[in-house]
Design a protein around this ligand. Sequence first.
Ligand code: URA
Length: 429
Amino acid sequence: MIPAQLICKKRDGGELSADEIRAFIAGVTDGTLRDYQIAAMLMAIFFRGLSGAELATWADAMTRSGDVLDLSSIPRAKVDKHSTGGVGDKISIPLAPAVAACGVAVPMVSGRGLGHTGGTLDKLESIPGFSVNLSIERFIEQTGRLGTCLIGQTERIAPADKSLYALRDVTGTVESVPLIASSIMSKKLAEGIDGLVLDCKVGRGAFMKTIDRAKELCAAIAQIGHAAGKRVTCVLTAMDEPIGRTIGNALEIRESIEVLRGGGPADTRELTCVLGGEMLVLGGVVPDAAAGAARIAEVLANGAALEVFRQVVAAQGGNPEVCDSPGRVLPKAAHRQELSLPPGTITAIDSEKLGLAALLLGAGRVRKEDVIDPAAGLVVDAYVGEVIGKDAPPSVLLHHNLPEGDARVTNARALILGAFFLSLIHISE
Ligand code: URA
């Protein structure tokens, strides 16, 4: 392979052959290609895209750049969910045990939070003792025994994606649909799943800001999945306000446990049922999504999903008492400060700003190496369409451990106030 020739071919709108793509990805994985060559190819793809055949091969080569798990020892269907990331998105936590309780295995390899959206791993690690760093052997054993296991990405899963993503991040090539789709799918296909439900968020605070872009991503994901012989369902969900009422790691675990007890905010419960219902369809245990959603609602209400979660927490080293007394087990912030919104009707919420405010309070990372505060975050008791009266109770509660007078708290308050779009009403004295 002469890298410059492949780069020129793509730059000029040509189609790369399967051998050329596999050689290029092999060069990314073994380090023989230079960063500038990879970056130039990424930019060429950014502008020229990938044909259907190129996309399938590019994603397959990325998947095979590391280990592809063999889950054939697990007799149940294996189905995972991927969300493109939303503020307050804690759905994986009630979803995985609920789907497992219905007989479909969920081998879940998740990510950490970076920027304004949180990561499932950080949320789980707010449960004292919970480990997401299990060996692949333990991951497979636990998924077989309990129906689910939640771990972080290992060096052995899609290593080409790690190199490509790091370069995309600094070369203005993140927002390319074929590159996003192949990045997501390489990691999911390496899990050895039979099917995938994609929860594609759309709107303010989402990676995909418009329905058209979201549809484009769904089509690319489905194309890669089908080429690999997997079943794929894509669901578009609105990200015009945070999911649930909490943003921040321990706070979101607490809310997830409410959902696992059959309660919690209606939107969080509904999304768990909708996505879980689709996963049960792909797993072949229900005839349609409505029956699947009803099954998920049932295991949330009757405690079966909570029981699976309890066993998962114990198996992964966490304190299972979190299921009964989350307030006692989870870390709590030293400070809780109320922030009132001005009177009016909430017409829209910029969730990205709320995510950034939570990040400033310590709930998220700006750089990969930043240490997060599991107790920090927000409880947002305000929905789109809600009318805030003059004497209404405070709508946002800030949880943090920052010292008095810290500028981050002031900046977080400003972000929160700017996140709410209000149609102001005049209230006469
Ligand atoms: N998530 C991924 O895993 N990859 C991307 O490229 C974007 C979001």
